[in-house]
Design a protein around this ligand. Structure first.
Ligand code: URA
Length: 189
């Protein structure tokens, strides 16, 4: 397993599959527990993440830390990754070809982690991983089972920073995630 992670990291660190490699400072692969039951997927690195090589360390990351703590989850319980591993210039949405070029890494990562739950944070993650027509405002907080994973989408932490009214529905989503993981863990005992 360690070997597989080494292969993944090597491939990502040298990746030139799309033009984002030309402007990145660091490739941002992921953080958290590689054996976690919960995989959180964001959009792509922002400025702080590009500078440090670590996902969700900026303002959105700080809010995410708080939300995780509020549902009694820590970095021991989750692994955090993004749809694209290199920062799109000026934080624009990643282009289709960039997402497609990067998705095989995320698929491989998911296979290594083998989470029970995948949480898509925001529109980009949900439209890429669940369905191209996914509407966060209408469909967040709904469970679906795909390829042996329980999947759910919620608002991206950055969206909550921009619009406080989304905090309440996001909180409801996170409570559902907490309930689900407790139920799954009990099933396994
Ligand atoms: N936003 C994301 O989607 N991912 C990060 O890693 C940081 C901010």
């Amino acid at each position: 397993m360690e070997k597989s992670w080494e292969i993944l990291e090597g491939a990502c660190l040298h990746c030139q599959q799309c033009d984002l490699c030309k402007t990145r400072t660091h490739v941002v692969i992921g953080k958290g527990n590689r054996n976690a039951d919960i995989l959180l997927v964001g959009e792509g690195p922002g400025e702080q993440e590009d500078l440090t090589g670590i996902p969700f360390v900026g303002a959105a990351g700080q809010l995410l830390d708080k939300m995780l703590a509020a549902v009694e989850l820590s970095l021991e319980d989750v692994y955090i990754a993004n749809i694209v591993k290199c920062r799109p210039p000026a934080n624009r949405d990643p282009y289709d070809e960039e997402k497609q070029a990067c998705l095989n890494y995320l698929r491989y990562q998911t296979m290594l982690i083998r989470p029970k739950i995948i949480v898509c944070m925001g529109r980009i993650a949900a439209t890429t991983m669940i369905s191209p027509n996914f509407k966060i405002t209408r469909e967040h907080g709904q469970w679906l089972e795909r390829k042996g994973y329980w999947m759910i989408a919620t608002y991206h932490p950055s969206a909550l920073l921009r619009d406080e009214t989304k905090k309440r529905p996001a909180w409801e989503d996170w409570k559902k995630i907490k309930t689900k993981i407790h139920a799954l863990r009990e099933e396994m005992q």
